[in-house]
Each structure stands twice: as structure tokens, then as C-alpha cells.
Design a protein around this ligand. Structure first.
Ligand SMILES: *[C@@H]1O[C@H](CO)[C@@H](O)[C@H](O)[C@H]1NC(C)=O
Ligand SMILES: *[C@@H]1O[C@H](CO)[C@@H](O)[C@H](O)[C@H]1NC(C)=O
Ligand SMILES: *[C@@H]1O[C@H](CO)[C@@H](O)[C@H](O)[C@H]1NC(C)=O
Length: 395
């Protein structure tokens, strides 16, 4: 979308929010949705507080040609109905929870099942009201009135929630934006309230940090966030990513069943499998032999070697020469290769087909709430979850 159009979109939002206040809507606080740009020269990032979402990342190549390397949508309105999770932070429990249920401290909790018999990313297709009839959704903050009855269609993930912009510095040596979301007791059927923060911070040279944290305020609760950005280093909508070479710092993976759940609890070596990316290998080299759930392609949970902040993945597009290196402090990473994209409408009139992008979803263990043999993702009141990712780009 043209820059002018985005500024206009942001203005519409402000106007809608202002008129809402003026008309005294009176049904709770309204939050504005906006698009925010961070910029360092020819490196720029656009995010929105609707889902604390990355909308675009523009990078040069060696010849100075710019490309937006993130798949997504042109407008916030289109993200409301997005079922592919283009660019948001997902939570409170990212990835799958078997049967949408778990037991914590002897009590069973039930989440909305939005993925067959299971729950994924704590969210579901959301039909938010659009009281202003604008393309921009300035919706009511519905937190305390949201139904949380088990399996009744209640529940809404972080990715379809409106976050508060806490701080925003658009330029300078280290542009950044911090989003805040208060997840209330009972949201998505989960116990206790959680304060969540996400900061996107740029630094030189061509580095983007994504820093998430969550604090359990009053009850024990599972917390596991992830960034669901789809990358294509040749530029979004430029075709598939099968020629990108991928290296993963992972020598083991969690065995997933046909519902993409780690039901057996087995962790196995990648050596000798189609999943081995310990040496740089084209993403497409073996992809058509990889069956993941009902799709063909990678939807694979790797156990990242080592601990603490460390290298996780290196990806390079030979044609443009653009590369990224991801560092993170999480134990696992789901590699997803856009297996379900199918003539999906994207930004700038582009259409995304299968394998049009890849996701590097660092996180805790999948379905840890149902697997005591995995490291716990449960926070006790006052405990803090910290998830740091750093993307270093080169070309
Ligand atoms: C859900 O579980 C039921 C009962 O076990 C099974 O018959 C059905 O096939 C499952 N649905 C999916 C989509 O896996
Ligand atoms: C979480 O991140 C925010 C934003 O960076 C920060 O202000 C806050 O202190 C952090 N919380 C904790 C408990 O570390
Ligand atoms: C892709 O979408 C088309 C048109 O909606 C549909 O006919 C086809 O079955 C889909 N393919 C897959 C693999 O889902």
C-alpha cells in the first residue's frame, strides 16, 4: 500500500476513536488500532497493535534494491479475518494444546477448540464489531464481557487482541515500540491474569530484536508466546522459498503425530531424517517427502541445541543475496513452510501459494501443559516469562 494511504488509515482510526469518545459510547474503554513505522535509513519495519503484529520489514539487497520480506495484508481490516496468522504474536499458549484441555494443580481447564479436536495459538476466527463502519477496526475492549464458557465459541487469542502502545520511538539510533496487553483471568479459558509486553527494537547494522515478556499476576498459568511471521527473503509474493538455504542449530526434534501433537513425548535425533538442516540445505530439497499433519512440507518442532541466547537459524536467498540469522533464548522452534497457503490474497495485489514463506517460531515445548516430561511453561504468581529473538540481516 502507498505510504499516504497508510497515514490516512491511521488518521481514520484516530478520528473514529475521537468520535467514539465524543459520542460517549460508555460501554468500556475504546482502544485505537494504528500502524507504526520504525526506520533506520533504507531498513524499515511496520507493526500494528492489532495482535502486536509485524506487517512489513523492508530490506535492501547488495544492489540497493528494496524488498518487503514479510507476507501479510494491506489493511488491519483484512487481518481481522486472517486465518493464517500473518505476523502476530500468538498466546497465551502458542501452538497446539491437545483436546484444548489440561490439568493444572488438580483442576481441569478447557479452551476453545479451533483446530479439529485441539486448540492452536489460543485463538479462533474472530468476528469483531466494527461500530464505525470504517475499514479500520476501532473495537470495544470487551475483556470482562467476553464469554469464556468451555467449548462454546468463546476465546480470543493475543493475535486478535488490541494491544496498548506503551512507548514509540520511530527513528534515531535505536527505534522501538513497546506493546502491552493485559490478559484477564479466564481469557481463553485460562487461569489467572497475565501482563504481556512485546518490544520491537531496531539497531545497527540491520538488526531487529523482538523481546516478549509475561508476568503471572494472581494464579499459576501456562505462558508460551511466539512470533508467527512468514518470511520470504526474495520479497513477499515473489514466489516460493524452496531455493532459500536453511541451516538450523538443532540436532533433535519432537516427534509430532498426524494431529501435529507430540503425543508420544518422544524427542529424536534429526540425523538421517528429512528434517536434518544442520548443514545449509535448500528448504525445497526434500520438502515434498515431508508429511506434517494433513499437509506436505515442514511443520516441525526442533529442539534447539544449547541454552540461553544462542544461534537458532540461518537462512539465505541466493538470488537477492539477502540473509537472516536468528538468535533466541527459547528451547524449541517450529519450522513451518506455509504448507496451507493456497491462492491466499496478500499485500500489494500479490497472491501467496503453498511455500510462499517460512516461519521460524521459537517457543517452549509444544503442548507442555499435557507433558510433564517436557520443561514446564507454567508460571506461578509473580513469575516472569522472557522470550528474546534477534534477527540479524545481511545482503
Ligand atoms: C476428533 O475426535 C473424534 C473422537 O476421537 C474423532 O472421531 C475425530 O475424527 C476427531 N476429529 C479430528 C478432526 O481429528
Ligand atoms: C517487560 O517488558 C517491558 C517493556 O520492555 C518492561 O518495561 C518490563 O519491565 C518487563 N517486565 C519484566 C517483569 O521484566
Ligand atoms: C486450494 O483452493 C482451491 C480453490 O479454493 C481448492 O479447490 C483446492 O482444493 C485447494 N487446495 C488445497 C490443497 O487445499
Amino acid at each position: 500500500m502507498a505510504r499516504g494511504a497508510q497515514v490516512l488509515l491511521a488518521l481514520l482510526c484516530v478520528a473514529a476513536a475521537a468520535s467514539a469518545v465524543a459520542s460517549g459510547a460508555g460501554v468500556g474503554a475504546r482502544k485505537m488500532v494504528g500502524v507504526y513505522e520504525l526506520r533506520m535509513g533504507d531498513f524499515s519495519v511496520k507493526v500494528t497493535n492489532f495482535g502486536a503484529r509485524v506487517m512489513s520489514i523492508v530490506l535492501p539487497d547488495a544492489k540497493g534494491n528494496l524488498a518487503d520480506v514479510i507476507l501479510g495484508k494491506d489493511t488491519i481490516a483484512e487481518y481481522v479475518d486472517d486465518e493464517f496468522y500473518f505476523g502476530p504474536i500468538t498466546g497465551r499458549i502458542a501452538q497446539r494444546v491437545a483436546r484444548g484441555r489440561f490439568v493444572l494443580d488438580g483442576k481441569a481447564y478447557h479452551m476453545y477448540k479451533n483446530d479439529g479436536n485441539n486448540t492452536i495459538h489460543g485463538s479462533h476466527r474472530c468476528t469483531m464489531p466494527n461500530p464505525n463502519g470504517l475499514t479500520c477496526y476501532c473495537v470495544l475492549e470487551r475483556s470482562n464481557s467476553l464469554p469464556t464458557v468451555p467449548d462454546s465459541g468463546g476465546g480470543r487469542g493475543f493475535c486478535k487482541s488490541i494491544w496498548t502502545v506503551k512507548e514509540y520511538v520511530a527513528g534515531g539510533d535505536s527505534p522501538y515500540i513497546t506493546f502491552y496487553y493485559h490478559s484477564f483471568d479466564g481469557e481463553e479459558g485460562l487461569p489467572g491474569s497475565v501482563d504481556a509486553y512485546v518490544t520491537y527494537r531496531m539497531s545497527s547494522p540491520y538488526t531487529l530484536g523482538v523481546h516478549m515478556n509475561g508476568t503471572a499476576l494472581d494464579k499459576a498459568t501456562p505462558v508460551n508466546f511466539l512470533l508467527h511471521a512468514y518470511w520470504n527473503l526474495a520479497g513477499h509474493g515473489s514466489g516460493d522459498v524452496l531455493d532459500h538455504t536453511l541451516r538450523l542449530f538443532a540436532s533433535r526434534y519432537a516427534v509430532l503425530d498426524e494431529e501435529l501433537l507430540p503425543s508420544s513425548g518422544r524427542i529424536e535425533p534429526v540425523a538421517g531424517t528429512l528434517l536434518d538442516f544442520r548443514t545449509p540445505t535448500p528448504i525445497g530439497a526434500r520438502i515434498r517427502k515431508v508429511i506434517s499433519g494433513r499437509g506436505v512440507g515442514y511443520d516441525t518442532n526442533y529442539i534447539i541445541d544449547g541454552e540461553g541466547m544462542r544461534p537458532v537459524a540461518q537462512v539465505r536467498d541466493g538470488k537477492s543475496g539477502r540473509a537472516l540469522e536468528l538468535w533466541a533464548n527459547q528451547p524449541t522452534m517450529q519450522l513451518y513452510t506455509g504448507n496451507y497457503l493456497n491462492h491466499t490474497k496478500g499485500k500489494d495485489g500479490k497472491v501467496y501459494e503453498k511455500y510462499a514463506g517460512f516461519c521460524l517460531e521459537t517457543m517452549g515445548y509444544v503442548d507442555a501443559v499435557n507433558h510433564p516430561e517436557f520443561p514446564s511453561q507454567t508460571l506461578r504468581p509473580g513469575q516472569v516469562y522472557k522470550h528474546d529473538m534477534v534477527f540479524k540481516f545481511s545482503f
